[in-house]
Structure formats: structure tokens, C-alpha cells
Design a protein around this ligand. Structure first.
Ligand code: BES
Ligand code: ZN
Ligand code: ZN
Length: 481
């Protein structure tokens, strides 16, 4: 999608007026009969009105003000998503967004919803050209949003779409090594540094969790380091984003029941995709924050040499783990990445992972489950929580009370990799906490990484969840010197 800032509306462009219930229709230069029509539609609660002028349209897009500010922001994005759908139906290729509401940021939010909802994944379709959306360009009037805001939005949308692409790519293309190649490509585009450790290096570092999960696979694992270090960062110590990069999760020998749960397990690198997309946007927009991404990557398969229930694995930090379910593989590879993060003496580490079905059971598809080893005075935790509402990727915090550690006690090793039937999302988080020695937040994105239905600007399948959450968090951190 091409987003640009313009000083005036091009003659060939359609127009989307972003409006609210208080908009003064007269100031739009509309004829009286058009104003009467709009008023009658609004009375019927029709919030999008199409004025069709032979090949060009004027769309009146009304969003509702909500008592809760964050919901109004979301209403603006959702109105943008609706506009994109209408414009594509009408085969329109270019539109200019003009803010006619009283909210200063309505146009940029609306453009965000528009651009994000125009996403398609057509790589494997013969008739891609035919299926392609007509909408190609979104212009935002400079009076409605600054050129800088529009440029920043372009990078963020690219980050979200790159993340969705990665989640939508099947294992037949996206092996761990291919994921590393994709990270390098994106690193060259956005100018962040990428280092990739191969199996030999991973072995020499003693990343036993990552190696164990990889044992049943035909393809080697990788460990990826993404680095964005601006000239004058606001932070002395880096902020580290860790992403679960299980490019496919069969469950291993503790095989998942087929037909339902395995069909979409290419999404199990959704955490990695969130980190990659966020660092892409952070680097492209040159946010003044030192950020490092760590991504352990492998598939999880029941191959000949696969790790088995009962195995005891020595992890990167020398703790031993008794494996009692090979489907609890995410925590095995994340634990090594979290323990590797210790060497950076980070200000904060945030991991994103499609970690548990239990998180989905807890919140459905409406939010993300967060846990942290910090108390409520931690300013980064406050920023993440607040930002999560702003971008509508809401996190809810669950506790990591010490009692949960009991559930992870093994008879023969330091820990076991499952915590029993109760509090599955929490015991997964509690397991990870054992590998941290710094302020840390864990975000279980299993509830929203994959969607079975389209919902406004969130498409079906890979959603790119986490990119806007992390981007907003780092942006707020930049302003919170
Ligand atoms: N990748 C899954 C979790 C998942 C579930 C992701 C739904 C996306 C949507 C994870 O590796 C897993 O299998 N977790 C198990 C853990 C259990 C064996 C302790 C689970 O949640 O059932
Ligand atoms: Zn699993
Ligand atoms: Zn998994």
C-alpha cells in the first residue's frame, strides 16, 4: 500500500471524509439535497454514506465517539476498514482522506485502518492479478495529518504486513533457515543489523532447549539477533524483544490431534513475526531507542531422533529440564533465548509467544495474556499496558505467584516442562521466569496471532498482532526519557 501526504486533492482521486456526529456538513461544500440524504442515513444509524460521481466517489465515514477514549480510536480505524471494503467493491484505486471531525488524530487512525485492511496474501494464487484489490494509494491531506505521521504510518503498516506474510507462509517455504533469510532481507530494507547463529554455534553456546526441540526435524535450527542501535538512544541499557520462532508445531512425539489444532500451526512463529515487524518499523522510523531482537527458530516434529517424554535437557543457563510433553516446546526454546539475553544486562526484556491454548481459554480472541516479574511501579510495564489499549491489542496481567513454581517441580531435574491441568498459561510463564535475571514481561499472543474470521482491519489467518503493540511501547519509551 502506498500512503502519502498531499497538500490538495488530486482531480482523479476519490475522497473519504472522516466525520463524527457533530460534523458540520455545510463546510464540506455539499449540496442541500446531499446534506438531507446524509442526515436521513445517519438517523438510521448508517455510518458510511457513498456519494457516487461517475468513477469517483465521495465517502462520508462517520465514527462514533465513545466514553472510553481508546474505543473512539478503534472506531476510527474500524471506519477506515469499512471504507477500504467499499472502495474495493467500487474498483476505486486512489483515495484522499480528509478529517472533518473534531478529533485531531482521526485521519491518521482512519488511514491506519484503511491500509491494514487492504492486506492480501496472494503469493500462491495463479489469478493473483485478478484477485488483487483495486485500492493502491491512500493520500492524507496535510491539514488532516502531518507528512511525518503519514511516513511513520507507512513503515508501521509495512511492518504489520511483513509479520502477517511470515505467519501465512507455510512450512514448505518458511523453514527456520528461510526465516533467517527473510529477517536479513527486512534488515537490509529497514537498516537494522542481523546476525544468524547456525546449529554449530547454537551447540557451542549450549542452547539445549532449542537443540532438543530440533532433534526430530530434518532442518537445522537458527538463532537470530536483530539489532537497532540509534546514534543517541534514550536508554543506556537495551530493551530486548524475544519472539517464539516455532515455524511449525506438530507437537512432536506428543503429537497434536490432527484436523483441528494442527491445521494452523504454521502460526507458531507469530511471536517471532511480531518482533521482526516491530523492529522493522522501529528502525525504519529511526526511533531513538536501543532495541535488540532475539529469535530462536526451529520446527517441532516427531522425526526419528526426536526428543521424548522423560528426557532431561541441560539448558543454556545450566538448569536441567525434564520433558514431560514435547508439545510444550515453545518454553524450551524461549528459555534459552531468555537466558542468552542476560549477557546484555537489559533494561527490560519482553517476549511474545503463541505459547498456550490455556491463554486462549482465558481471554478468547479479545486480548493477550501478560505476566511479569516486575511490580506495579515499573514504568515500562505501565507503558506496555497503556499502549496496548491505544493500539487495541489489549493485554491483561496474570500473576506469577511463587506457589505456581510447585507445579513445575520435577523428581529428577530442576524443573519439568509442564505444570499440570490448572493455570496452564501461568505455569508456562512461571517456567520462563526461571531463566530471567532482569525486569521482564511475557506476552502470550496465542489468543490473537491467528484468526478464523475477518474482523475489521484484522484479516483472517495471520493477524500481525504484537507489531503495533511493541512499536507503540518503544515509541512511548522514546518519549519517556
Ligand atoms: N503452539 C502451542 C500453543 C498454541 C495454541 C498456539 C493455540 C496457538 C494457538 C504450544 O506449543 C502448545 O502446544 N502448548 C500446549 C502446552 C501443553 C502441552 C502444556 C498447550 O497449550 O496445550
Ligand atoms: Zn506445542
Ligand atoms: Zn508451539
Amino acid at each position: 500500500m502506498n500512503l502519502k501526504s498531499v497538500k490538495k486533492v488530486a482531480a482523479s482521486s476519490s475522497i473519504a471524509y472522516v466525520a463524527d456526529m457533530d460534523t458540520n456538513w455545510k463546510q464540506l461544500g455539499l449540496a442541500q439535497n446531499e446534506i438531507d440524504y446524509i442526515s436521513s442515513q445517519l438517523k438510521k444509524d448508517v455510518l458510511q454514506i457513498v456519494l457516487n460521481d461517475l468513477g469517483k466517489v465521495r465517502l462520508i465515514c462517520v465514527f462514533k465517539q465513545d466514553k472510553e477514549a481508546y474505543k473512539t480510536l478503534e472506531n476510527c480505524r474500524m471506519a477506515g476498514a469499512e471504507a477500504t471494503k467499499t472502495l474495493n467493491k467500487l474498483k476505486i484505486d486512489a483515495v484522499t482522506v480528509i478529517n472533518e471531525s473534531r478529533d485531531a488524530d482521526a485521519a491518521i487512525l482512519f488511514a491506519e485502518g484503511m491500509a491494514l485492511s487492504n492486506y492480501q496474501f496472494l503469493k500462491y494464487k495463479k489469478d493473483a492479478a485478478k484477485e488483487q484489490n483495486s485500492l493502491q494509494a491512500i493520500a492524507v491531506l496535510a491539514d488532516s495529518a502531518s507528512p511525518e505521521e503519514v511516513a511513520a504510518l507507512q513503515a508501521l503498516v509495512e511492518g504489520v504486513c511483513a509479520s502477517r506474510d511470515l505467519v501465512n507462509e507455510p512450512l514448505s517455504y518458511l523453514t527456520a533457515e528461510q526465516l533467517s533469510a527473510e529477517i536479513k532481507k527486512l534488515g537490509r530494507k529497514a537498516k537494522f543489523k542481523v546476525s544468524v547463529f547456525n546449529k554449530k554455534k547454537i551447540t557451542s553456546l549450549g542452547m539445549g532447549g532449542l537443540l532438543a526441540v530440533n532433534l526430530g526435524s530434518m532442518d537445522p535450527p537458527t538463532f537470530n539477533i536483530l539489532a537497532w542501535k540509534p546514534k543517541k538512544p534514550v536508554n543506556d541499557k537495551p530493551i530486548i524483544l524475544v519472539g517464539k520462532g516455532v515455524v511449525y508445531d506438530t507437537g512432536g512425539l506428543s503429537l497434536k490431534p490432527t484436523a483441528n489444532s494442527m491445521d494452523y500451526m504454521k502460526c507458531d512463529m507469530g511471536g517471532a513475526a511480531a518482533v521482526i515487524g516491530a523492529i522493522y518499523a522501529i528502525a525504519k522510523n529511526q526511533l531513538p531507542v536501543h532495541v535488540i531482537g532475539l529469535i530462536p527458530a526451529t520446527d517441532n516434529r516427531p522425526g526419528l531422533n526426536a526428543y521424548v517424554p522423560g528426557d532431561v535437557i541441560t539448558m543454556h543457563n545450566k538448569l536441567t529440564v525434564e520433558v514431560l510433553n514435547t508439545d510444550a516446546e515453545g518454553r524450551m526454546i524461549l528459555a534459552d533465548a531468555l537466558s542468552y539475553a542476560q549477557k546484555y544486562k537489559p533494561e527490560m526484556v519482553v517476549d511474545a509467544a503463541t505459547l498456550t491454548g490455556s491463554a486462549v481459554m482465558a481471554v478468547g480472541n479479545h486480548g493477550l495474556v501478560m505476566m511479569s516479574n516486575t511490580d506495579d511501579n515499573n514504568s515500562n510495564k505501565a507503558l506496555l499496558k497503556k499502549g496496548s489499549y491505544k493500539v487495541h491489542e489489549r493485554v491483561v496481567e496474570m500473576p506469577l505467584w511463587e506457589e505456581y513454581q510447585e507445579q513445575l517441580k520435577s523428581e529428577i531435574a530442576d524443573l519439568k516442562n509442564i505444570g499440570g491441568r490448572l493455570a496452564g498459561a501461568i505455569t508456562a510463564g512461571k517456567f520462563l521466569e526461571n531463566f530471567t535475571d532482569y525486569p521482564w514481561m511475557h506476552v502470550d499472543i496465542a489468543p490473537m496471532a491467528w484468526s478464523f474470521t475477518e474482523n475489521g482491519y484484522r484479516p483472517k489467518n495471520g493477524t500481525g498482532v504484537g507489531v503495533r503493540l511493541f512499536y507503540e511501547f518503544i515509541k512511548q519509551r522514546a518519549e519517556n526519557k
